[in-house]
Write a protein that binds this ligand. Structure first.
Ligand code: HEC
Ligand code: HEC
Ligand code: HEC
Length: 116
């Protein structure tokens, strides 16, 4: 094995090891806070470290699947209170295909369009 190939193989192995450690860290618990994309709203602070209460899709799920699952989690916890709120712009209104022209501008079928 040439010197170059040796270092390249070492580099690949070290990268894989680092990814492995990061994945373990995320799944086993540990310091998951460093993976958060920003500050969690005060109301969700208590569940912030229970990532899978919102990110319910399986690991390596497609982006669209993950987004659907995330939004379903919002509804699971908040549906009753939204129903009570007498919302004049409920989600079902925007799911109507006649609303499709608006989805590009502001997709109100998704909670995360506004509550990110
Ligand atoms: C209260 C619900 C909630 C909890 C709990 C939560 N997240 Fe999120 N997360 C969100 C929302 C909402 C977004 C933004 C999604 C969007 O803009 O489409 C997001 C986005 C992300 C993203 C960016 C990638 C993506 O899918 O958009 C990462 C990475 C992430 N969260 C990691 C974490 C980690 C790690 C934890 C636990 C330490 C965590 N989150 C806990 C709601 C949550
Ligand atoms: C595990 C249950 C749970 C999940 C999942 C969850 N929430 Fe909440 N959320 C709460 C609780 C508890 C509160 C505080 C009490 C309340 O206002 O109902 C809260 C408060 C809120 C508030 C009002 C206060 C604030 O922080 O602005 C909004 C808006 C909100 N959630 C939106 C969302 C959205 C959007 C999602 C999905 C990304 C989501 N929630 C996921 C439990 C949850
Ligand atoms: C088009 C933007 C938009 C979308 C989409 C949206 N919301 Fe909201 N939401 C708002 C705004 C703006 C308020 C504040 C309304 C007010 O204070 O009267 C709010 C208020 C709330 C509250 C009450 C917050 C409080 O302080 O009590 C909850 C809970 C909530 N939204 C959850 C959701 C969930 C769950 C979804 C998805 C099913 C969703 N929202 C979709 C814009 C949106």
């Amino acid at each position: 094995m040439s010197r170059k190939a040796f270092f390249r193989a070492g580099w690949v192995l070290m990268t894989l090891a680092a990814v492995g450690v990061a994945l373990l860290w995320m799944t086993v618990g540990g310091a998951r806070r460093i993976f958060l994309i920003g500050e969690t709203t005060a109301a969700h602070h208590q569940i912030e470290l229970a990532c899978e209460s919102c990110h319910t899709a399986p690991v390596f799920a497609a982006a669209a699947t993950a987004e659907q699952a995330l939004n379903k989690a919002c509804r699971n916890c908040h549906e009753d209170e939204l129903a009570e709120a007498d919302d004049s712009h409920p989600r079902k209104m925007f799911r109507n295909p006649r609303m499709a022209v608006y989805w590009d501008k502001l997709d109100a079928r998704l909670c995360t369009t506004c509550h990110a």
